[in-house]
Design a protein around this ligand. Structure first.
Ligand code: GLN
Length: 672
């Protein structure tokens, strides 16, 4: 009786709370949803009052896909309820269900909320937009997200599952009723997030790519390939062609995959997938305003795929980056190193990780000078000054900086003139190359596609630049799984990655073992990060299976609990200051001999609570769990490695470089 009463009260009370909050000027809180769920824990099952139910999930593109499906269904004459503001966890879903019933319900659902809500929502159609690495420290590697979605899909066997057929990670999801959408468009240069075939783990081959890991893929080992399309989109300058019908051409703010997923969803529901005009962009999602005689566009940038795509769409004359690292952004912004920044030439940074962004910009060859400001208004003013009159400023904000970006471009506060200049917090000055020296350094970057999940490829760029700034030529050899490693490499670099990527790399490394061992013994400087370190030991466990390692370093790695994720600060005798960075690993490493790279100041390192110290140092081989651009965050460590190269060749001491800005960024990271 009591329970029935509570259930009856859930909706009116939650609605009253929402009304009250609105009147008090506090829209957009999670309280109404919380009240509904507190009074009726099964509140989400009220979704069944809606005759048509569509769920949209995936790491990228959920919000725009939901708003496009909503628009298409409304144009087909249906009344629709959706959670268009992107509140996609339980409370957000409950809040959306407070609306009066309509003919269709379209809900975006967070990937990790879907397993516990799919049955209650009981959708006829689940749309999976695509899977990209996103907030690795919060959600885990992309294979984990894929497995989570599989569990969710398994709970709704009656539903039709509409999948992105170009994405191997998504296309490999199993279901009784599947449909696929596929896209044809000119390729965009964005790093992919799929280490190997999701079915058998072998390297995939591509006939063509659209961007990242999406395209016409095929696994030569097991035959898993991009499926036959049930819905196809073709991006042409004059039209977006959907299933043979020409629709208006796509405006730059719309992602072709979101558009295609939406049209395919409506088509799968048996309704007409047609549109006369695409929706206008909204600010924060590619929309623009005019300020001080400049066009200003604001976009959300949350992971390498989304930022790279947005930059390609909005090249602009200048860029303002607002970068935070709060929980909703992901604490670790190493991923910035995998963004394709080629379209950026003038840049300003602000936000809690402004100096880290500035460090990234300093190593980007086409950027002459970049600056950082603590206050968003000052950074915005500086970015407007960087933009010529009549030009285009593109503002890229991480999730928790988006409100600040929108406030800056608020129409009420729109400046008519460019505000006065204030001194920046830091400037990444161009570094005039020092006198040329007749040397050439070969940097070998091993398996960047498999062991490059955490932004580690940035280390190669850092070493190369720091040599070039000293007048020394340097080249980066990217060694793929079936490439030959040249014996005259001066430096070896291996990064971190998922277990699957490690397994592929391990097979190739076995073939190279005698050479890798000889190089380590000869003192060729090497940096082995996390997933690249573990195979060098006696043994390691990957995807639950124990493997013999290369036996070059005296370490063993076993699966441990918990996964060690977060900030890592280490004191090492190699450098005068504390090394800073991030770790994210399930393997816990024990040293059987050798010397630790250092002692843990905060974080875990080799094993939980720092009990095993951090990393290993053997001759000139550095093994570490500090992932991402560890050499950019700790330039002194980069110079230790370069000093070793100089020493081996008898070049004498290297010229010092000025790294005050990086030192400040590092101190802030360790203190914060
Ligand atoms: N997959 C390995 C682990 O979980 C390595 C992870 C990494 O390189 N960050 O231990």
């Amino acid at each position: 009786m009591k329970q029935t009463l509570a259930r009856l009260l859930a909706r009116p009370l939650a609605r009253a709370a929402r009304q009250g909050l609105k009147l008090a000027g506090h829209g957009g809180t999670s309280l109404p949803g919380r009240i509904a769920l507190a009074f009726d824990p099964a509140f989400i099952a009220r979704a069944r009052r809606f005759p048509r139910r569509v769920v949209v999930t995936g790491t990228n593109g959920k919000t725009s896909t939901v708003s496009l499906i909503t628009l298409l269904l409304r144009s087909a004459g249906l009344s629709v309820v959706s959670n268009m503001e992107g509140a996609n966890m339980r409370q957000g879903l409950a809040a959306a269900l407070l609306a009066p019933p309509a003919e269709a319900l379209v809900m975006e659902v967070d990937e990790f909320t879907l397993p516990e809500t799919a049955r209650a929502l009981d959708p006829q159609l689940v749309v999976v937009t695509g899977l990209f690495r996103d907030q690795l420290d919060r959600y885990g590697e992309v294979a984990v997200v894929r497995d989570t979605l599989q569990r969710a899909i398994d709970t709704v066997p009656e539903a039709t599952i509409l999948l992105n057929g170009d994405d191997p990670l998504t296309a490999s999801l199993r279901a009784a009723r599947r449909r696929f959408f596929r896209l044809t468009q000119a390729a965009l240069d964005v790093p992919g997030d799929c280490a190997g075939c999701p079915q058998c783990g072998a390297p995939l081959s591509y006939r063509s790519r659209t961007y990242a890991q999406l395209g016409e893929f095929e696994c030569p080992a097991c035959g898993f390939a991009a499926p036959e399309a049930d819905a196809r989109g073709v991006v042409l300058p004059e039209a977006f062609v959907f299933n043979g019908t020409a629709l208006p051409p796509l405006p730059v703010h719309l992602h072709p995959y979101s558009v295609l997923a939406s049209l395919a969803a409506v088509d799968a529901l048996g309704l007409p997938a047609r549109i006369a005009a695409w929706p206008a962009p909204i600010l924060g999602r590619g929309g623009s305003v005019t300020m001080a005689r400049r066009k200003v566009t604001v976009v959300l940038g949350k992971n390498p795929a989304s930022v790279s795509w947005n930059l390609a769409q909005h090249p602009g004359d200048a860029h303002l980056f607002l970068v935070n690292n709060r929980a909703a952004d992901g604490r670790d912004v190493s991923w910035l190193w995998d963004v394709n920044l080629a379209p950026v030439s003038r840049a300003v940074a602000t936000g809690e990780r402004a100096l880290e962004m500035l460090t990234r910009l300093r190593y980007e060859p086409q950027i002459a000078q970049a600056s950082a400001y603590p206050k968003p208004e000052e950074a915005f003013a500086a970015a407007l000054r960087e933009t010529p009159e009549g030009g285009h400023l593109v503002v890229v904000a991480t999730y928790t900086q988006l409100p600040a970006a929108l406030a800056l471009t608020d129409t009420a506060r729109r400046p008519t003139a460019v505000p006065a200049a204030v001194a920046p917090e830091a400037v990444a000055q161009p570094r005039a190359p020092l006198a040329r020296r007749p040397h050439h350094v070969r940097i070998a970057l091993l398996f960047p596609e498999q062991l490059g999940t955490y932004g580690d490829s940035g280390n190669a760029v850092v070493l190369q630049k720091r040599l070039q700034w000293r007048g020394i030529e340097a080249s980066i050899d990217r060694i793929g799984l079936s490439d030959v490693l040249s014996a005259d490499a001066d430096i070896l670099l291996l990064g971190g990655g998922e277990d699957r990527g490690q397994r592929l790399a391990l097979a190739s490394m076995r073939a190279m073992q005698p050479m890798l061992k000889a190089m380590a013994e000869d003192g060729v400087p090497a940096l082995l990060v996390c997933g690249g370190l573990q195979p060098y030991g006696e043994s390691l466990t990957l995807e639950g299976v124990e493997h013999e390692g290369l036996g070059i370093l005296p370490i063993v790695t076993r699966p441990g609990k918990p996964r060690l994720v977060g900030k890592l600060c280490v004191n090492s005798p190699l450098v005068p200051h504390t090394l800073v960075g991030f770790e994210n690993h399930g393997g816990h490493t024990t040293l059987l001999g050798g010397t630790r790279l250092g002692e843990v100041v905060s974080g875990n390192g080799n094993a939980a609570t720092g009990s095993q110290g951090e990393g290993i140092l053997l001759h000139r081989t550095i093994g570490t769990y500090l992932h991402g651009p560890v050499l950019a965050r700790n330039p002194a460590l980069a110079d230790v490695m370069l000093g070793w190269v100089a020493e081996r060749h008898g070049w004498g001491a290297l010229d010092p470089l000025e790294d005050a800005m990086e030192a400040r960024a590092a101190r802030a990271l360790c203190a914060g």
